[in-house]
Design a protein around this ligand. Structure first.
Ligand code: ASP
Ligand code: MG
Length: 407
């Protein structure tokens, strides 16, 4: 069982979490619980690190930000004891949950589930601090990136061979799109790992992307469910599972969107070998993730236009890098746009149906929405449009593919 920040936001909420845990223990399950920091805590710790000075050190950053989860793990163990259950807290290094040394966004390399397993067999509930691990060779605490306690939970579930991994959050499952934008959004009963991976990567914030990767590789049955349900009578939420376990497959399962995008266009770039490398090599070296790339076929075969997108936070840095490389690249003008949004439709059914994206282009055109860029892959397509049209575009696609809840 994993509980997110809003589910453990204060001691009263932690008591509610304990009631969910007790229900599973009473049903004779052996339970390991992973907790996040109290809502807002990690942001506060991150801000303190920034305030603390110019000698920014990622290892010390991790030492600070990992502390939020230590508090909630200890508190939940206390509350569980208070209601007569046997429990103890575990910090990441005590398990140990081992990671690489990429402080701030470390990857899990190995989880030794043996000590935890013994604890569970003794009838003791294990309450584990999420988000954190240990880099063995340097003996330092690491963290798994924002939202990383989802990944802690899935990695732990895989390591102890759990029957399932329940991710408790403040919504009761995975929706066809963000219900705040589309009131007719529906909760999905089942989503395949692949679709969930795309949804999470393309903007759905319910799970950390890496947690879905780990679940897919280790085939961990994952439920997203609400801690705000009555602990005595909770719903099961959304199951994330293998494609084969989903009988009624829709062509499009969900619409995701991300406002975290910016567009850069280089005009009149020389159309010759090595130009793309001159643009994207330096961006890659600066760890800037380029997403959509479009190169126009030039008419006179001397110059062309290249458009690409980067995360909004990297827009200024990307522009600087391109401008610094202007001589090597050779272009006439650089245009940028920050008020853009990427809208994506996801569904494994696209593999076997043609014309799925074409219907979207037509529907958006009918609403007067201009598409700036398009990318496709096997089970999704994405379109970059002006941010002002976000709601309209998402609602249009949601209806188009039959995802609206029936009244
Ligand atoms: N507390 C961490 C964060 O806010 C990890 C998590 O909640 O998953 O990012
Ligand atoms: Mg989260």
């Amino acid at each position: 069982m994993k509980f997110g920040g809003t589910s453990v936001a204060n001691v009263e909420r932690i008591r509610n979490v304990a009631a969910h845990v007790k229900r599973e223990v009473d049903a004779e399950h052996e339970v390991a619980v992973v907790v996040s920091a109290m809502a807002g805590k990690t942001n506060e710790l991150v801000a303190w690190c920034k305030e603390a000075g110019s000698h920014f050190d990622n290892a010390e950053y991790d030492a600070v930000v990992a502390s939020g989860e230590l508090v909630t793990a200890g508190l939940l163990a206390l509350v569980l004891k208070d209601i007569g259950l046997n429990a103890r807290s575990w910090q990441g290094w005590q398990i140990p949950l081992l990671t690489d040394d990429a402080h701030g966004s470390a990857r899990v390399t190995k989880v030794d589930g043996s000590q935890l397993g013994e604890c569970l067999r003794r009838g003791e509930i294990a309450v584990v601090a999420g988000f954190q691990g240990l880099h063995g060779p340097t003996n330092r605490v690491t963290t798994l990136g924002r939202g990383g306690s989802d990944t802690s939970a899935v990695a732990l579930a895989a390591a102890i061979g759990a029957d399932r991994c329940d991710i408790y959050t403040d919504v009761d499952g995975v929706y066809t799109t963000d219900p705040r934008v589309v009131p007719k959004a529906r909760r999905l009963d089942k989503v395949s790992f692949e679709e969930m991976l795309e949804m999470a990567s393309l903007g759905a914030k319910v799970l950390q992307v890496r947690s879905v990767e780990v679940a897919m590789v280790h085939k961990v049955r994952l439920y997203v469910r609400s801690s705000f349900d009555d602990p005595a009578d909770p719903k099961l939420g959304t199951l994330i599972c293998d494609e084969e376990d989903i009988l009624e497959q829709q062509i499009v399962t969900g619409i995701a969107f991300s406002r975290d995008e910016a567009q850069i266009t280089l005009r009149e770039v020389a159309d010759k070998p090595g130009v793309a490398a001159a643009i994207f090599g330096p961006l890659a070296e600066a760890n800037i993730n380029v997403d959509m790339i479009i190169q126009v076929v030039s008419e006179d075969s001397t110059t062309t236009d290249i458009t690409f997108t980067v995360p909004h936070a990297d827009f200024a840095r990307a522009k600087e890098i391109i401008e610094a490389g202007r001589d090597a690249i050779g272009y006439a003008r650089l245009n940028g746009a920050e008020d853009v949004v990427k809208i994506s439709a996801i569904g494994v059914g696209m593999r076997s149906h043609s014309g799925v994206a074409a219907r979207a282009f037509k529907a958006l055109a009918a609403k007067g929405i201009n598409i700036r860029a398009i990318t496709t892959s096997e089970i999704k397509f994405s379109m970059l449009i002006d941010e002002a049209y976000t709601e309209l575009a998402v609602r249009t696609l949601h209806s188009l593919y039959g995802l609206d809840a029936r009244p």
